[in-house]
Design a protein around this ligand. Sequence first.
Ligand code: C2G
Length: 134
Amino acid sequence: MKRVITYGTFDLFHIGHLNMLSRARALGDFLVVAVSTDEFNTGKHKQCVYPYSHRAQIVEAIRFVDLVIPENNWEQKIEDVKKHSIDLFVIGQDWEGKFDFLKDYCEVVYLPRTRNISTTSIKNTLKNGRSISR
Ligand code: C2G
């Protein structure tokens, strides 16, 4: 039973988020997703449209997500890996190298992001009244 964890804000949930979660899950048998709390996002200078409770419930409702936990700070990852017996940490290549310290505790994999979609681009698209390209 290979246990995988990934972290994110998952605001305005979109196909890039879904692809990442799907690919993370496909690398193991059990997927834990740590969703950034509103307080933590303030520290990340991220103002979310959806509050934590919505973002967490949406992620929790995904068929191949097995457990959702709150991400309250930058320092909890080692503890999370130990507490949840994690074998593999997965996150997007925009974080390449930033979490290599976890290699003492589990495998670390950085996956390519989905192109042409982001929470920011969705906000801009809505402002301009355009639709999201396929
Ligand atoms: N992602 C992706 N493709 C996109 C957008 C996002 O693959 N077009 C991935 C990111 O690389 C990340 C996950 O989806 O792995 C969540 O992205 P965000 O919600 O933007 O989360 P982030 O701000 O990267 O928070 O401690 C780590 C942080 O909580 C990560």
